[in-house]
Design a protein around this ligand. Structure first.
Ligand SMILES: [Zn+2]
Length: 147
C-alpha cells in the first residue's frame, strides 16, 4: 500500500441502483461485488480480493473490506497509497441517503485523524478513462468537503 496520501470515493453504480437498508441486503450485494472482482476473466476481474477497502451502505453502516495493508484495486494506475471507499448505490440515479452521507463524513474525518491531511477525491477526479463514478449526486456533495 505504501504511505497513504488519498481517499477515493466510488459508487457501486449498478444500473438499477441499490437502496435496500437491511444488513443482509448489503452483505449480499458486497458478496456479489467480491465474486465479480475475484472471478477469473472473462467472468470477473481476477483480483485477489474485493477492490475497495471500505463500503458504506444506504443505512450508514461501514463495512471493512480489503485490508489497508494492501493496495486496493479501484482506480486503474492510481492505487498506490490510495484508500478506496465505495458507497453502495447509483448516485447518478438517486440522491445519497442522509445516513449514508453522515457515515461517509465520519469515515473521512476518522481517516484524517489517523492519517493526517490526505486528498479526498471522487473516482472521476483521477480516472485516466472517462467515468461518471461516484455519480452526480455524490460527486457534488463531495465538492463541499474536498480540498
Ligand atoms: Zn469508481
Amino acid at each position: 500500500m505504501g504511505a497513504i496520501s488519498a481517499i477515493t470515493i466510488h459508487h457501486s453504480g449498478f444500473p438499477e441502483g441499490f437502496r435496500a437498508t437491511g444488513t443482509e441486503d448489503a452483505a449480499e450485494n458486497l458478496r456479489f461485488i467480491l465474486a465479480f472482482h475475484t472471478a477469473p476473466p472473462p467472468d470477473g476481474r481476477g483480483w485477489a480480493d474485493i477492490g475497495y477497502h471500505f463500503a458504506i451502505d444506504p443505512a450508514g453502516r461501514m463495512w471493512e473490506l480489503r485490508s489497508l495493508q494492501y493496495q486496493g484495486a479501484h482506480v486503474k494506475n492510481h492505487n498506490a497509497g490510495n484508500i478506496g471507499v465505495v458507497c453502495l448505490g447509483n448516485f447518478d440515479l438517486h440522491p445519497l441517503p442522509p445516513e449514508q452521507w453522515a457515515a461517509l463524513e465520519r469515515l473521512i474525518k476518522g481517516g484524517e485523524r489517523y492519517l493526517g491531511r490526505v486528498r479526498i477525491m471522487g473516482h472521476r477526479d483521477i480516472a485516466d478513462e472517462a467515468t461518471s463514478c461516484p455519480g452526480e449526486h455524490l460527486y457534488h456533495a463531495l465538492a463541499a468537503i474536498q480540498r
